[in-house]
Design a protein around this ligand. Structure first.
Ligand code: URP
Ligand code: ZN
Ligand code: ZN
Length: 514
């Protein structure tokens, strides 16, 4: 028998970390429906206990965190990112490593990115490409939506495979980007019909691409070629028209619709109206549009803020959108994180149509929603959790695995200091881009700890993520939260408020100051 020592079998970093035992004591848990004082015990990446300390005996070798005075919230879920997206002649500089590291630093523990196939590219091949980019790099869990960037019988068949075998339940259509991603109404109807057949969720980028193309031609002919031309070519009513049309098209096909990245008051109101009319529609707004407006941005700097739909000019818009989140006209906040460096943006100097679209936000979304929502007196902490995490988990059918602090849920947890502040800057952010559209803003709401499936990935400003630790999270079809509405099991998408279940915020999603 050989006496030579057996080689030491190294436990991979993700297994070591996931096995960590963590005990969080003295904190206040905030879920979307109630908040309460309780301790939390985590083992193997899963929440094993939530309750009073008298009901648990803590084993040895446990890391204990004292969360006195702090909130214990479900990790953020950002339902809208574009890491390393090839777009507009450049590739987004945040890849799945830096992008998810930044997400974690800011309290987001899961992202849902978009596979955007090229025209005539197979959806499955594009999906495989995104998985090969993301799987080795992600520091937090992630899911995928797939863009329907062209339409044919083969695409329709591939949607079935994506739903049944590859863990995708949501498909984004585009009413803008004429000549690139835009579908006409007839194709949109077919796509919505197919998604309904598969029990999926339709998503839409709602801006009227034909009007934008016309306006762009006219503006360039008039010599308006600077970044100011971007919003001039796609004013609010161009967004609102498409939002209304998308709601009607999806309603006619009895398909649930997620309206992606709304940036204007009129569009938010249309989504609210559709919901109150019984349509199964959900609306997302963006960190960039609740965090700031274009008011006061110099002509020279505007190039760095170009994204679609645009961040609006009016200084009133961020507050109006926040009110829409409070009133449940809108349900979610995403970042639409799609970052380019200054040199990439400069490609569009002298022709606004050539500016790569997109801005940062994945790192700052949670703090911005807290600052402009809770700190401003418009949201209570429960509604903050709903619009940053739980509603995304419910719509994309990963609740309560994600989006809730409860026994059996993944230990994606943020220990949140509502009173601490930080000042946003490109010099301290974790994103790869060389500017930050929120530069110099001071925001309340700081992560003291961020746990991704039980692994402590950020601790009092120190970010220690592990590349590849994140997992792909399949999103199964027929989310009950969505399909119970479609199938008439609940009256409408408008949620009943249950004051008896709410223990703060006066039993309302709108905080007392409002
Ligand atoms: O302007 C943006 N956000 N670019 C990314 C593509 C999209 O519209 O989602
Ligand atoms: Zn979009
Ligand atoms: Zn987007």
């Amino acid at each position: 028998m050989s006496t030579s020592p057996k080689p030491v079998k190294k436990v991979p970093i993700h297994l070591q970390s996931a096995a960590n035992r963590v005990y969080i004591k003295n904190g206040e848990i905030v879920n979307h429906d109630k908040s309460f004082k309780a301790d939390v015990y985590i083992e193997d990446g899963i929440i094993k206990f939530v309750g009073p300390p008298s009901e648990i005996t803590i084993p040895g070798g446990v890391r204990t965190i004292d969360a006195s005075g702090l909130l214990i919230i479900p990790g953020g879920i950002d339902p809208h990112t574009h890491m390393q997206l090839p777009f507009g002649g450049a590739v987004a500089v945040d890849d799945f490593y830096s992008g998810t590291k930044a997400a974690v630093a800011g309290g987001t523990t899961m992202i849902i990115d978009f596979v955007l196939p090229n025209k005539h590219e197979s959806m499955i091949e594009a999906y495989d490409k995104w998985r090969s980019w993301a799987d080795p790099k992600v520091c937090c869990d992630y899911g995928l939506h797939v863009g329907i960037t062209w339409w044919s019988k083969s695409v329709s068949e591939e949607l079935g495979i994506l739903c049944k075998e590859l863990g995708v339940n949501s498909f984004k259509t585009f009413m803008a980007y004429k000549g690139l991603y835009q579908l006409n109404d007839s194709d949109l109807l077919d796509v919505f019909e197919r998604i309904r057949q598969l029990n999926g969720v339709a998503m839409v980028h709602a801006e009227n691409g034909d009007i934008i193309a016309k306006n762009t031609q006219r503006l360039l002919a008039e010599g308006i070629n600077g970044p100011e031309g971007h919003e001039l070519s796609r004013p609010e009513e161009v967004e609102a028209e498409a939002v209304h049309r998308a709601c009607v098209l999806a309603h006619q096909m009895k398909t649930p619709l997620f309206v992606s990245g709304l940036t204007s008051k009129s569009s938010a109101e249309l989504v609210g109206r559709a919901r109150r009319s019984g349509y199964c529609v959900f609306g997302e707004t963006l960190a960039s549009s609740i965090g700031r407006s274009m008011s006061g941005v110099s002509k020279a700097e505007r190039i760095y803020y170009i994204t679609s739909p645009p961040i609006r000019e009016s200084a009133e818009t961020p507050r109006q959108l926040m009110k829409s989140l409070a009133y449940d006209d809108l349900q979610l906040t995403g970042s639409d994180n799609c970052t380019f460096n200054k040199e990439h943006k400069a490609k569009g100097k002298g022709d606004f149509t050539k500016i790569p679209n997109g801005v940062n936000g994945v790192e700052d979304r949670m703090s911005l929603v807290w600052e402009k929502g809770v700190q401003a007196g418009l949201l209570d902490p429960c509604r903050f959790v709903a619009v940053t995490s739980t509603n995304a988990a419910k719509i994309f059918n990963i609740y309560p695995q994600k989006g809730r602090i409860a026994v059996g849920s993944d230990a994606d947890i943020v220990i949140w200091n509502p009173n601490a502040t930080r000042t946003i800057s490109k010099d301290t952010h974790h994103q790869a881009c060389d500017f930050n559209i929120f530069e110099g803003m001071t925001v309340h709401g700081v992560c003291e700890f961020v746990l991704v499936r039980g692994r402590i990935c950020a601790e009092r400003g120190q970010v220690r993520v592990a590349e590849g630790f994140g997992r792909f999270i399949p999103t199964p079809v027929r989310p009950p939260f969505v399909y119970d509405i479609i199938e008439g099991k609940v009256q409408s998408a408008v949620q009943e408020d249950h004051p008896e279940e709410r223990q703060n915020g006066g039993g309302n999603s709108v905080a007392k100051k409002f």
